[in-house]
Write a protein that binds this ligand. Structure first.
Ligand code: SAM
Length: 210
């Protein structure tokens, strides 16, 4: 029986099956996540990989929520409780596996934390980066560009919610969804990456050159 506490199935419904296959294709031991919420995605990686490999995991989140968690939205959340569940879940997962998990929790905005990681020498460092933070196009573009510098050649960067958008009275707002930012990032870095696959509203790229 699992004593992990999750209030949604975001990870299970879109990513779990894809990651089952991905972790057989690349070696993942250094992990960066932008947007951790209750820790579902990171707990999956700890429990799947943590008996075979020592893991280094960096989680970035404000625990303030994004536009999709605002008052009145379907995903409205008490973010203080979300953060407490994140800490509980991560500790539970970590205590269940045989190998040490070097866990770094960065509470803050990704546009402050990602450059800090870069300035600390983590260029070309991570095997796997999951971009699942802000859904605003300028923020997603920032996360993608700086995240790509932190990714090693051969490493994989996954974007959640590639096709997510809000149903607004005036239609889609291209600045309030991830796709225009992710497309711009992919197009500009076309020679340095390959698109691996795009299942379930997500998109996965692999870095092939600096
Ligand atoms: C969709 S949730 C992450 C879900 C998680 N990866 C999972 O699979 O369960 C998005 C998270 O991003 C965080 N977030 C939103 N904008 C952010 C920003 N600019 N910097 C850091 N975190 C942010 C929110 O607080 C929220 O917890």
């Amino acid at each position: 029986m699992s004593d992990l506490q999750f209030t949604n199935n975001w990870f299970d419904s879109v990513a779990r099956n894809v990651w089952e296959s991905l972790i057989t294709q690349i070696k993942i031991s250094k992990i960066l996540e932008v947007g951790s919420y209750e820790g579902a995605s990171v707990c999956y990686l700890i429990e799947k990989l943590g008996n075979q490999l020592e893991l280094e995991i960096h989680c970035i989140d404000t625990w303030e929520g994004g536009i999709e968690h605002q008052a009145g939205s379907a995903a409205e959340a008490d973010m203080q409780s979300v953060e407490l569940r994140f800490k509980h879940n991560i500790e539970t997962a970590r205590n269940r596996v045989a190998k040490p998990v070097d866990l770094h929790i960065h509470k803050g905005y990704s546009d402050a934390v990602l450059p800090k990681l870069l300035s600390e020498g983590k260029r070309n460092y991570f095997d796997f980066i999951y971009i699942d933070g802000s859904h605003q196009a300028p923020d997603v573009l920032f996360d993608a560009v700086v995240g790509f510098s932190l990714l090693k050649v051969g490493g994989v960067m996954a974007f959640d919610d590639y096709l997510w958008f809000e149903n607004l009275p005036h239609g889609k707002d291209p600045l309030r969804c991830p796709k225009p930012a992710i497309d711009a990032f992919i197009n500009i870095n076309f020679r340095k990456l390959q698109v691996m696959f795009s299942p379930n509203y997500q998109i996965y790229i692999q870095k092939v050159a600096h």
